[in-house]
Design a protein around this ligand. Structure first.
Ligand code: SF4
Length: 184
């Protein structure tokens, strides 16, 4: 097991501010369209609903950034999933709990959906509904938000990419909950 430290930071901003400052459908949506998962997973675009309308039902968004720093530097890039997956599982559970508590909507981490077994293809490929819709939530990227910019401007964390087959100094997971403030 790879040893690492984790740091969690949160920020709450109005949904409209998130759209104004960080929504860039043209660029981020372009990356999605180039990805091999595009249209092949229920967690990825294109969606059969109006994504903006869905998010704009909520006034506020709580953003959660998790910075994962391996104790040992210079690890090979292919261990990234080993570091990220246990964190994703924990964060997703936390997000779904918050979603329920606040009657909101969670956005989880971008990446391959892990709710179906490795050997099963996503049911979207055969035009069938998702097998675990109670768990699957599209990411901020899937909705067209620039997560690198969110991480840098709201959390002061610059995203880093692997180089020469090695992991960067740290990895960052950015997730969110859209919610409405309780009526007074
Ligand atoms: S849970 Fe299964 S069916 Fe649903 S999006 Fe994930 S891989 Fe596809």
């Amino acid at each position: 097991m790879i040893e690492y430290t984790r740091e969690e930071l949160t920020q709450t901003i109005p949904t409209e501010e998130l759209f104004r400052r960080f929504h860039n459908e043209e660029v981020v949506g372009g990356y999605c369209r180039e990805c091999e998962n595009y249209g092949r997973s229920w967690g990825c675009p294109p969606f059969d609903f109006d994504a903006k309308e869905r998010l704009r039902q909520y006034q506020n968004v709580l953003l959660i950034a998790t910075k994962i720093t391996p104790r040992e530097q210079g690890l090979p890039l292919n261990v990234a999933e080993e570091l990220i997956l246990p964190e994703r599982r924990q964060i997703d559970k936390h997000l779904l709990r918050l979603e329920k508590e606040h009657n909101g909507l969670a956005c989880s981490y971008v990446g391959k959906c892990y709710y179906c077994a490795e050997e099963e293809n996503c049911s979207r490929l055969c035009g069938e509904p998702c097998r675990h819709p109670q768990f699957v939530r599209p990411s901020l990227e899937a909705y067209g938000f620039d997560v690198a910019q969110i991480s840098q401007e709201l959390f002061g964390i610059k995203l880093r990419w692997g180089k020469d087959g090695l992991l960067p100094e740290y990895l960052v997971i950015v997730c969110a909950i859209f919610y409405n403030a309780p009526e007074k």
